[in-house]
Design a protein around this ligand. Sequence first.
Ligand SMILES: Nc1nc2c(ncn2[C@@H]2O[C@H](COP(=O)(O)OP(=O)(O)OP(=O)(O)O)[C@@H](O)[C@H]2O)c(=O)[nH]1
Ligand SMILES: [Mg+2]
Length: 434
Amino acid sequence: MNPKANLEKRLKNLTEAFENLDKFIDGLGINIPNMAKDKITGLLKSKDITQLMDAIKESRPPRFVIMGRTGVGKSSLINAMFGSYLAKTSPVEIGTTETQQFNYVKDGEVLFEILDTRGIKESSTNDSQTAESALNEAIEQFEPDAFILITNASDRSSSLKEDINYLNTVRNMINSKLPIVTVINKIDELEPARIKDANEYSSKKISNINLKAQNVRVTMIEEEIENVHVIPVSSYIEWTHETPEELSWEKQAQLEIEFDGRYNIDELVDFLEDNIDLKASIYLMMHYKIDQAIRKIANKFVKAFAGIAGAVGLSPIPLSDIYILVPLQMILISLIAYLNGIILDAKGVRDFFIASGGVAMLGVGLRFVAQQGVKLLNITIPGVASAISGGIASSGTFAIGKGAISYFIDDLTMEETKKNMSRDQQDYDSGNEV
Ligand SMILES: Nc1nc2c(ncn2[C@@H]2O[C@H](COP(=O)(O)OP(=O)(O)OP(=O)(O)O)[C@@H](O)[C@H]2O)c(=O)[nH]1
Ligand SMILES: [Mg+2]
């Protein structure tokens, strides 16, 4: 099976397991009181985890409004995001607005739904009022996940101002929380323009890029438009044919990259994944780079589990918090290992728990657990009345989840894993977790 089909199958199994939580918890082979089990089941049905599970089950192609004048590189940017020359479905023309809607497809699968617009300025009608309301309506019906405004490194700021104000107005009409990202494409053309390989960009070129991005950010601020992310990129790719647009779509699909001049495309994809609807985000992860998808989805689980762990101490039950936290973390560990195709039994989870020092990260009460080691995690906890603070419960869970990623996904040694875990816990405590 290919890696994507493999991951899809694992995710499907995971969501099914979560639909039968009691059985899932029993499968961990630990003996915990029913009251603890109920509490854990309740926590795992929290909003964050449920949303994540639903997003996995119902993932769908992202919908982007891409705006930029002719030749700015709208199509190239999309190809650059996937590293393939993608076929487009036949465009659906939207009124007289020079706006088209189509899907980008690879191997018969829709990757993106795009509303491609050059904006209202380049409209062919003279009646700009009509053109604008037609475009507004088209965007509203499209229900975008994000707006991508593309400009070029050499563009003047006046048209940028006009475009960004227009997008901002439309955004506010639909949903003011939708992300807008201003992509400065063709930054490879900044001096020294002869350098096309991103690995070889000189410090001069990089400072030109930063300066350009800064200028665009200032424009956004001057226009008083908030929540606009600015990303400079190059979509420059030379394909195995000089004029791919002249080929049939069958031939286009076979094109390969002859020279790869892409710069910063990862940052754009990361930004989109972090800021769009979770269903579209998971889809994008699964279709962008499959090896990264596993890590990214694992990270989503780590954050969600850290969040619910923080709530463990909040509603007191007459049980030690570790009855809840330890199984919760065990579930997280086995889930992360499973995402990478590793099926851990209860002993495997426990071994990781103890070797990584994960138990000690929960503070005094659990340090005792650590000393007791295997015997204790069997799990009949003698009267350890540990009131673990929500903060430690969260950061300890965060660190152990990150540790599981280091060890089971990134294949680091236990030494390296432990080092990362203490750094991750500190980062989490100081509020700059990644
Ligand atoms: N040097 C350089 N050239 C680029 C880059 N991105 C696109 N191009 C070139 O710019 C030209 C226009 O790119 P397209 O992707 O067709 O532009 P578009 O915005 O889709 O144009 P329309 O569909 O006509 O609106 C092509 O010749 C691309 O090869 C880039 O990052 N760097
Ligand atoms: Mg195009």
